[in-house]
Write a protein that binds this ligand. Structure first.
Ligand SMILES: NC(=O)c1ccc[n+]([C@@H]2O[C@H](COP(=O)([O-])OP(=O)(O)OC[C@H]3O[C@@H](n4cnc5c(N)ncnc54)[C@H](O)[C@@H]3O)[C@@H](O)[C@H]2O)c1
Length: 262
């Protein structure tokens, strides 16, 4: 079997970083219809511009959505299906970083904002993607009805260094692993494959300040490969995870972290 994608993808966080590079990687490997989802319209337009420049035949739909808002998420999935008929790949990549505050000083609203976007946002997308995929016919034993990938983090598997003070982020990314594993088990018999990706440090706008001011240098030194990932390196792993080549992978958190966890 060759590494080949097809059909339609729905990507949240598509206006920046990993989401944007993965939209390009999906197009390069055979996805022909892309529903690009983000809070920021300018980011979506930039991603669309990049896609059209390299893959003019690709169909795109831009959806300005807050993943923490159920009406917004449900409406966007409906619009994608109205336009493209089905969703073969759902990539839940929208997320925020921080807040860099120790727990004993954490304002409740900061905690809630993080959980609302990074955890409830993934739950809402997963919920409505599954509801849609259950209505789609299976395209074969290895393709199934559809596949979902959630952006967790290496900090969804173990904790972050103390100096970062990002406990709500760590908690939200562990929750994403729980959502992934529990629903992978429930929906595998129904032909829906659900996995997560657990990147280490990735050079995207999410961490650009920490790269520029050197705050993350100790973290890069601690990474055996000695540098953050390029977003393309995460997108390439996502292409594999989304493809039928990964058909026997269910409920996995794929570590792509330059050896950080070794
Ligand atoms: N960059 C890293 O080092 C790293 C490491 C591990 C995991 N991750 C995870 O990968 C995912 C993508 O991160 P990235 O590095 O590309 O970050 P990024 O900041 O470049 O992109 C995140 C995107 O999510 C969007 N977004 C934020 N809140 C949203 C909301 N409520 N609704 C809709 N869209 C929203 C932003 O507008 C942005 O376009 C995130 O879930 C992040 O936690 C990143």
């Amino acid at each position: 079997m060759a590494l080949k994608l097809s059909g339609t993808a729905y990507i949240t966080g598509a206006g920046s970083g990993i989401g944007r590079f993965t939209a390009l990687a999906f197009a390069r490997h055979g996805v022909t219809k892309l529903a690009l989802v983000d809070l920021k319209q300018e980011g979506l337009e930039e991603t669309q511009k990049l896609l059209k420049a390299s893959y003019p035949e690709i169909e795109t739909l831009l959806l300005q959505v807050d993943v923490a808002d159920e009406v917004s998420v449900q409406g966007s999935i409906k619009r994608a299906v109205d336009e493209f008929k089905r969703i073969d790949i759902g990539l839940n990549c929208a997320g925020i970083a921080g807040p860099h505050i120790p727990t004993h000083e954490m304002p409740l609203d900061k905690w809630q904002e993080m959980i609302q976007i990074n955890q409830t946002g993934v739950f809402l997308c997963q919920k409505h993607l599954i509801a849609q995929m259950l209505q789609q016919e299976s395209l074969g034993v290895r393709e199934g009805r559809g596949t979902i990938i959630n952006a967790s983090s290496m900090f969804g598997v173990f904790s972050s260094p103390a100096f970062l003070g990002i406990t709500p982020y760590v908690a939200s990314k562990h929750a994403v692993m729980g959502l992934t594993k529990a629903d992978a088990r429930v929906y595998a018999p129904m032909g829906i494959r659900i996995n997560a990706i657990c990147p280490g440090w990735v050079d995207t706008p999410m961490i650009s300040k920490g790269i520029e001011n050197g705050a993350l240098n100790p973290e890069f030194q601690r990474t055996p490969v000695g540098r953050p990932a390029k977003p393309e390196e995460i997108s390439d792993a996502l292409v594999f995870l989304a493809s039928p080549m990964a058909s026997y992978m269910h409920g996995v958190g794929l570590n792509v972290n330059g050896g950080y966890s070794l």
